[in-house]
Design a protein around this ligand. Structure first.
Ligand code: UDP
Ligand code: MG
Length: 308
């Protein structure tokens, strides 16, 4: 990493670290960094801008090497925005970390407002009011379903699960960085990690503009990732909330069938009755095991949640 020429930082008591993952964004990179720098310089916060070049091949890397006033991390090859965000966050020194995109979609000139909104909370997320992304037809329903699932698991309303525009307390996030996946779903994971461990997440509405340059979203790769994410969400956050109702439904069905066999068939147990009962047992046992693993893998001592 090239050593810092951070904005107006004061070493250890730095307020904000802005982490910007970049993969082939050469046409608007300079503008994006400039608008972040301008708004931060005009704000009361001390800050640093950490740009993570995720193996760009379009010359973004060269542009970044010449840029002043940023801390630059460069990956040799493309590793995914999740890896980039994680590495950037690990390198961060600010009390608060801000995540955003380098594609002109998020209102990056409002970062100081976002940081201000964080007061008294552990994380604040800029919730988009409209979906302007590419491949809308696939993305919208997939995202909606996952969001509903996440809301069900976390038992709270989540207006925007995938927003890439957020600010959070660094010491809280540090406990979960190792859980972040390499790709897009890392923004979801950080929300869920906070919620699952009793930290507060607040949502503020933001405008979201059309992307400059090409989205790195790939419909098939990312649909696969979305599906994996569903499975992971369930397994890692509150497995019993899914396994228990499914198991209970199967159990009821099996018991009902058992009674029917008993009454109607003179207790000649049908093989499908057994099958249903065994399925119920398996679902319940797997759910209990998953629940146990989730409990065991929680960090033992947690950083205190923010207070008002
Ligand atoms: N990005 C990255 N590595 C990748 C893909 C994307 O660092 O492999 C960056 C990208 O330059 C952008 C951010 O991560 O700043 C989010 O990517 P993108 O905007 O393509 O995703 P979307 O917002 O469409 O979900
Ligand atoms: Mg984007």
């Amino acid at each position: 990493m090239s050593e810092p020429t951070p904005g107006n930082s004061h070493g250890d008591d730095l307020d904000v670290s802005i982490v910007l993952p970049v993969y082939n964004e050469k046409d608007h990179l300079v503008d994006e960094v400039a608008r972040i720098r301008d708004c931060m310089a005009a704000s009361p916060y001390s800050y640093e801008i950490i740009v993570v070049d995720d193996g760009s091949s379009d010359g973004s890397g060269d542009q970044l090497r010449e840029m002043e006033g940023i801390r630059l991390l460069q990956f040799r090859k493309n590793r995914g925005s999740g890896s980039a965000r994680r590495s950037g966050t690990q390198a961060a020194r600010g009390r608060i970390v801000v995540w955003t995109d380098a594609d002109m979609t998020y209102p990056n000139d409002e970062i100081p407002r976002l940081v201000k909104e964080l007061e008294g909370y552990d994380q604040v997320v800029g919730a988009r009011t409209s979906e302007e992304g590419t491949a809308k037809f696939l993305r919208v329903p997939a995202k909606w379903l996952i969001r509903k699932l996440a809301e069900y698991l976390a038992q709270t309303r989540i207006p925007d699960l995938n927003s890439g525009f957020r600010a959070f307390r660094r010491e809280v996030a540090a406990q979960f960085l190792h859980l972040l996946p390499e790709g897009f779903s890392c923004v979801t994971t950080i929300t869920m990690s906070f919620l699952a461990n009793g930290y507060s997440v607040k949502y503020v509405p933001i405008d979201y503009r059309k992307r400059a340059g090409l989205s790195k979203f790939h419909w098939w790769q990312d649909t696969k990732r979305y599906l994996t994410q569903v499975v992971r969400l369930i397994l890692s956050y509150n497995p019993l909330r899914v396994f228990a109702p499914v198991g209970a439904a199967l159990l009821l069905l099996g018991l009902g069938k058992l009674v029917y066999d008993w009454v109607d068939k003179d207790f000649r147990l049908a093989s499908n009755t057994l099958l249903i009962l065994f399925a119920a047992l398996q679902v319940l046992v797997v759910g209990l095991l998953a629940d146990l693993i989730v409990r065991l893998s929680k960090p033992t001592v947690l950083v205190d949640p923010a207070t008002r």
